[in-house]
Design a binder for this molecule. Structure first.
Ligand code: PLP
Length: 431
C-alpha cells in the first residue's frame, strides 16, 4: 500500500517558500489533484519517492532520459568533468566536439548555438528568423508549446493548457499581436493566415510531432505542406525539436519524417538531464547571429562544461546505437497494443497516439488530431486513471496534455506490470 506522508509534509513545507511549492507548474499535480511526489532518486526506468515508494517512470524528466535515469556513462563523465571546474565562460574544445557530433547526426545543421533551455532556443530562433527575413510575425499552432517566452504564450499547450490560462497576465498585446495561431494539422488555416498577412510573416514554428496537447501526430502531407508554404512565401520553417530531437531518430523528426527545416531548436535529450538547449540551421541563416551578425544572443553559462559532457556522452551513445530507436519503437508499440486491448476489455473508448517513443492516451472515442479534439477528451477520467496507476507504482505525466516519454531502460516486464495496473485502474473507474 502506497502512502505519501513524507511527500505531503515536504509539499506543505515547500509551499511556504516556493510559489505553489514547485519550480515548474505542471509538477504541482493541480490538474489531477492530490499531492505531488517528492523524489529521492531514480535509476534506469524507476523512480523512488521520499516515502520509499517505487514507480515505473513514463515521464523521463519530460524527455531527456531516453536511456533511463542515472545512466552510468553520463554520470561518470559529469563527475570527472566537475573536477576541472563547473564553468569557465570561455571557449572549450568540448563545445566544438558536441557541435561536430550534432552536425554529423542531424540534417541541415551547418552551425549550432548552445543555450540553457528549450525556451531560450525557441525564442532565439524566432529572433533570428525575424532578423534574417526582416519580417515580424510568425505562425504557431494551437496547443503547441515552445517555452515560456512572452510571444509563445498564446494558445499554448503544456502547463498553460493544463491550468486553462487563456490570457497570461504580464504578456502585452504588443508582443502577442505578432503571433498568429492556426489549428495543428490544418494547412488551409495556415494558407489563410499567409494570405491575410502577405509579406509580414517571418516563420512558421511547429512541433513536428506535437507533445504538448498530449501526443498528436502530423497528418500525412501537413509538414510537407508547411515546407511548401514557407518556400512560396520566403518564410522560414522552424522545427521545434525540443521533444523530438535525438528521440524520433538520431537525426530527430527531420530525419525520421524526411522533411527539411530551415532552423531547428533542441532541448531535453541534448543535455541528458542537465540544462541545455540549442538552435541550429544552415550557415546562410545562422551567420546572422552575433558575433558573426547583429542578431544578438548570449549566455553566461551557455556551453557549460558539465552540460556539454553530459549531452556529448549521451548523444555519442545514441549515434553508435541506431538499434536503440528500433527497440524503443517496439516497446512503445507493445504498450500501445496492451492499452488498446485492456481498454477494449473494459469497453472504455480510448485513443492512443504514438510515434517512436513518444505517446499518450486520451479518454476519447474520436481521433485526436489537434488541440480542440484533445481538449474534448474526458479529463476527469484521466485524473482518476492517473491516480489509479500512481498507487500501483506507475508514474505518468500528471496531465492529459503531456506526452509520455519511454526510455530504453523499460523492460517488457515493466510494460506488462503497467498494463496490469491499467486493467485494475480501469476496473476502479467503472466501479
Ligand atoms: N519546445 C517544446 C516542444 C517543449 O516541449 C518545451 C518544454 O517542454 C520547450 C520548447 C521549452 O523547453 P524548456 O522547458 O527547456 O524551456
Amino acid at each position: 500500500m502506497y502512502t505519501y506522508e513524507s511527500s505531503k509534509a515536504a509539499f506543505e513545507r515547500a509551499q511556504k517558500s516556493i510559489p505553489g511549492g514547485v519550480n515548474s507548474p505542471v509538477r504541482a499535480f493541480k490538474n489531477v489533484g492530490g499531492i505531488p511526489l517528492f523524489l529521492e532518486k531514480a535509476e534506469g526506468a524507476y523512480l523512488y519517492d521520499i516515502d520509499g515508494n517505487k514507480y515505473v517512470d513514463f515521464v523521463g524528466s519530460w524527455g531527456p532520459m531516453i536511456l533511463g535515469h542515472a545512466h552510468r556513462p553520463v554520470i561518470e563523465a559529469i563527475q570527472k568533468k566537475a573536477e576541472k571546474s563547473t564553468s569557465f565562460g570561455a571557449p572549450t574544445e568540448l563545445e566544438t566536439e558536441i557541435a561536430e557530433l550534432i552536425k554529423s547526426m542531424v540534417p541541415n545543421v551547418d552551425l549550432i548555438r548552445m543555450v540553457n533551455s528549450g525556451t531560450e532556443a525557441c525564442m532565439s530562433a524566432i529572433r533570428l528568423a525575424r532578423g534574417y527575413t526582416g519580417k515580424n510575425k510568425f505562425i504557431k499552432f494551437d496547443g503547441c508549446y515552445h517555452g515560456h517566452a512572452d510571444m509563445f504564450l498564446v494558445n499554448a499547450g503544456s502547463g498553460v493548457a493544463t491550468l486553462n490560462i487563456q490570457t497570461v497576465p504580464g504578456v502585452t498585446a504588443g508582443v502577442t499581436n505578432d503571433t498568429l495561431i492556426a489549428p495543428y494539422n490544418d494547412l488551409e488555416a495556415v494558407k489563410k493566415l499567409v494570405a491575410e498577412h502577405k509579406d509580414e510573416i517571418a516563420a512558421i514554428i511547429v512541433e513536428p510531432v506535437a507533445g504538448n496537447m498530449g501526443c498528436v501526430l502530423p497528418k500525412v502531407g501537413f509538414l510537407d505542406g508547411l515546407r511548401a508554404i514557407c518556400d512560396e512565401n520566403k518564410m522560414l520553417l522552424i522545427f521545434d525539436e525540443v521533444m523530438t530531437g535525438f528521440r524520433q531518430s538520431k537525426g530527430g523528426a527531420q530525419a525520421r519524417l524526411n522533411i527539411d527545416a530551415d532552423l531547428m531548436t533542441f532541448g531535453k535529450v541534448i543535455g541528458a538531464g542537465l540544462p541545455v538547449g540549442a538552435f541550429a540551421g544552415k550557415k546562410e541563416i545562422m551567420s546572422h547571429i552575433a558575433p558573426l551578425g547583429n542578431v544578438y544572443q548570449a549566455g553566461t553559462l551557455s556551453g557549460n562544461p558539465l552540460a556539454m559532457i553530459a549531452g556529448f556522452t549521451l548523444l555519442s551513445e545514441l549515434n553508435l546505437h541506431p538499434e536503440y530507436y528500433t527497440e524503443l519503437a517496439e516497446k512503445a508499440a507493445y504498450l500501445k497494443k496492451g492499452i488498446i486491448d485492456v481498454f477494449a476489455k473494459h469497453d472504455e473508448p480510448v485513443q492512443v497516439n504514438q510515434l517512436g517513443s513518444m505517446m499518450s492516451l486520451f479518454f476519447n472515442a474520436a481521433p485526436v488530431t489537434d488541440f480542440a479534439t484533445s481538449a474534448a477528451s474526458d479529463q476527469a477520467k484521466f485524473s482518476k486513471f492517473f491516480h489509479g496507476l500512481l498507487k500501483r507504482g506507475v508514474y505518468l505525466p500528471a496531465s492529459q496534455y503531456e506526452c509520455w516519454f519511454l526510455s530504453n531502460a523499460l523492460t517488457i516486464a515493466d510494460l506488462d506490470f503497467t498494463i496490469k495496473a491499467m486493467d485494475e485502474s480501469l476496473s476502479e473507474l467503472s466501479a
